[in-house]
Design a protein around this ligand. Structure first.
Ligand SMILES: Nc1nc2c(ncn2[C@@H]2O[C@H](COP(=O)(O)OP(=O)(O)OP(=O)(O)O)[C@@H](O)[C@H]2O)c(=O)[nH]1
Ligand SMILES: [Mg+2]
Length: 309
């Protein structure tokens, strides 16, 4: 994926696109902030002190998305923002964008906030591609807690029930409590992702809707949308273009715009940046709150079922 050269029939709208890219709203269309150090510390404390509803060890959150959409980079951005140590953390290696997926395993990223273990684990996995893709069956098995971390996801066959990494009887602690569809802000506005991605997203969405598992979209690489965004991420929420791009993402994923998170991960930077960490922490808090709502729902329905029995 990446910036695509406009086709001839797109050229005219490309002119208005350039205009729109520069146009900013007078006030932000999504109110987060103020983007300062004090607010960042408050955000970090609220994440650290968040009470997890129900009887679960930690929130499990799965990232799925097209190759090179920035899944692994988000794990690293989350580790950096939470550690708040003045250094960029890279528990996972990120490679240059290429043809093939670089992540092959189901990796678990256990997060630490200021050295304290967090009740949040982010799961990274093989990307979606027309060839060598993660398989839909495996995505659904991960969501249901049947696949243990460390399993190498194969593109030609789903996990076998006799595999050591296959978990026969998963509990709520092994399941995913939030699923995040990861997308790339530098994708063409018309072709946000491949047909394979669309097919996998829509099938996962259909199956998850019945299970009430929260589903969010993470749009990475917004720093690359415009030169002005890179050093001042706050501006992205004033952008006319990003707002309309999120409208396209909402149609593509068939999810409401309020479920779409905007993100920028570290790429070539040497030091952490307040605004990037602030954005990442906002997204992590949203993910945890949504998972918590899900646990509350589960507890309530359990109580309801027990009352009825
Ligand atoms: N500028 C910028 N680059 C990013 C961002 N997120 C990821 N990248 C770059 O995009 C490329 C792919 O990122 P990865 O994190 O490996 O993507 P992935 O989804 O894990 O890819 P696979 O494991 O291959 O499926 C790397 O070169 C990253 O540095 C971002 O928010 N901004
Ligand atoms: Mg990866």
């Amino acid at each position: 994926m990446g910036n695509t050269v406009p086709k001839e029939d797109e050229l005219e709208s490309e002119q208005s696109f350039l205009g729109r890219l520069k146009r900013l709203f007078a006030s932000p269309w999504r109110g987060i902030g103020p983007w300062n150090q004090k607010e960042k510390k408050k955000l970090l404390s609220s994440i650290l002190n968040m009470n997890i509803e129900g009887d679960v060890k930690q929130i499990n959150c799965l990232l799925i998305g097209q190759i090179s959409s920035g899944k692994t980079s988000f794990c690293n951005a989350a580790a950096t923002a939470l550690a708040d140590s003045g250094e960029i953390k890279s528990p996972f290696t990120v490679y240059q964008e290429g043809e093939g997926t670089t992540t092959k395993k189901l990796d678990i990223c256990n997060l630490y906030a200021r050295d304290k273990s967090m009740k949040l684990a982010v799961y990274d996995c093989r990307g979606i591609h027309d060839i060598d893709s993660i398989r839909l069956e495996d995505v659904l098995r991960i969501v249901d807690g049947h696949i243990k971390p460390g399993y190498i996801l194969k593109s030609d066959e789903p996990i076998s029930e006799s595999d050591d990494k296959y978990r026969r009887n998963p509990t709520l602690n092994d399941k995913m409590h939030c699923v995040i569809y990861v997308m790339d802000a530098t994708a063409s506005r018309r072709l946000l992702a491949t047909e394979t991605t669309k097919a996998i997203f829509s099938e996962v969405r259909r199956i998850l809707s019945g299970k009430h598992v929260p589903q969010l979209v993470l749009v990475n690489k917004v720093d690359r949308m415009h030169v002005n965004f890179k050093n001042n991420l706050e501006v992205v929420f004033y952008s006319d273009y990003l707002k309309s791009f999120l409208g396209n993402v909402a149609s593509f994923t068939n999810l409401d715009e309020r479920n779409i998170l905007v993100q920028s991960n570290y790429c070539t930077e040497k030091n952490p940046d307040l605004k990037r960490d602030f954005l990442t922490l906002n997204n992590l808090r949203e993910i945890m709150q949504r998972a918590n709502d899900y646990f509350t729902y589960i507890v309530k329905t359990q109580n309801y079922d027990e009352e009825r029995d």
